[in-house]
Design a binder for this molecule. Structure first.
Ligand SMILES: [Zn+2]
Length: 66
């Protein structure tokens, strides 16, 4: 059984392929799924619009304020 979970950004600039070969170079992590008592691979896709960079910049600006 294929229990791979894909996490893709919503409303991204380009469509993602639900595969580790997706052009966004997704990151693959293993997580234990207690419901089915099996390890599943989670494919975390990168957004094409660079929103991760924006999120990191927001975190940095919050830290500088405190
Ligand atoms: Zn992707």
């Amino acid at each position: 059984m294929d229990t791979t979970i894909h996490i893709t950004p919503n409303k991204d600039l380009k469509a993602h392929i639900e595969s580790v070969d997706c052009p966004c170079h997704p990151k693959v992590e293993m997580v234990y799924n207690a419901v089915i008592e099996e390890w599943s691979s989670v494919v975390i896709h990168n957004s094409y619009d660079g929103r991760e960079v924006i999120e990191k910049l927001q975190v940095l600006s919050v830290e500088q304020l405190s």
